[in-house]
Design a protein around this ligand. Structure first.
Ligand SMILES: Nc1ccn([C@@H]2O[C@H](COP(=O)(O)OP(=O)(O)OP(=O)(O)O)[C@@H](O)[C@H]2O)c(=O)n1
Ligand SMILES: O=P(O)(O)OC[C@@H](O)[C@@H](O)[C@@H](O)CO
Length: 223
């Protein structure tokens, strides 16, 4: 199978508190976004990479990826993650399968990609995730409402992979219905399609807060 990946990188990174977009932060001398893109540059099944970036960062991103063989488009992102991805999605041409992967997740492995590729060709919609290690409870106003059955929940990561036609339909539906989502499969669930799950790895972290940076250094050391 062959697929196209959309990588949203147009956030602010406000929870990192750096004062600049966290995807531009260097870890061991290389920007987070460059590391993320490289995972797909190195996957022979990935045919094209579309990035969504902040308008004021277009020049820096164009320069960073000027020698990249697979970058097929650098698009201006939107106010929310889903707006950024939509701006890229409408510019994807001739792709049967589309993966979406956070620019801020630089450690996805070839094994996870393989599991996703195998499953998406079989089902048309797949996410990856890990079992949670903590007990999970639903709370409201500082009070416990219920304890969730841990075997029934996962912490969801990206990449998430879809048939292009399904993802496009899901995004158009969400736009028309003004759905606010925190991942792409939520939109696919909303159009009634079944979404399947494969294992991710605990290392596939999203760089979100400053603690994640220490974790990132440890993950790199272990590789
Ligand atoms: N309007 C947005 C918001 C987010 N993203 C991207 O979506 C990914 C995951 O989002 P998140 O971790 O929430 O990043 P930020 O929105 O940058 O972080 P924060 O919420 O702390 O500002 C990141 O690669 C981010 O660049 C995007 O392309 N466009
Ligand atoms: O925190 P935000 O809602 O901006 O973004 C979260 C998403 O990036 C996140 O839900 C996926 O990476 C899947 O976990």
């Amino acid at each position: 199978m062959k697929y196209t990946v959309i990588i949203p990188a147009a956030g602010l990174g406000s929870r990192m508190g750096l004062g600049f977009n966290k995807v531009l932060l260097e870890i061991d001398g290389e920007p987070v976004i460059k590391r993320t893109v490289r995972q797909f540059e190195e996957d022979p099944d990935c045919e094209a990479i579309h990035l969504a970036v902040r308008s004021e960062e277009t020049d820096i991103m164009n320069k960073m990826f000027e020698n990249s063989r697979k970058i097929a488009g650098i698009h201006i992102g939107g106010a929310e993650r889903q707006d950024s991805i939509y701006n890229a999605l409408i510019n994807v041409k001739n792709a049967e399968y589309v993966f979406v992967h956070d620019g801020a997740r630089p450690f996805v492995t070839t094994d996870v990609l393989k599991r996703l590729k195998d499953k998406v060709t079989e089902t048309g919609a797949v996410i990856c995730g890990v079992k949670t290690k903590d007990t999970l409870k639903r709370v409201n106003d500082g009070k416990v409402k219920e304890t969730l059955v841990r075997d029934e929940v996962v912490a969801v990561h990206t990449p998430q992979g879809f048939k292009y036609s399904i993802l496009r339909q899901a995004y158009e539906h969400s736009k028309a219905n003004k759905l606010e989502v925190t991942d792409d499969s939520m939109m696919v669930e909303a159009i009634g399609k079944e979404v399947y799950l494969v294992d991710s790895t605990y290392d596939n972290i999203k760089i979100t807060t400053s603690e994640d940076l220490q974790l990132a250094h440890m993950i790199l050391k272990g590789k």
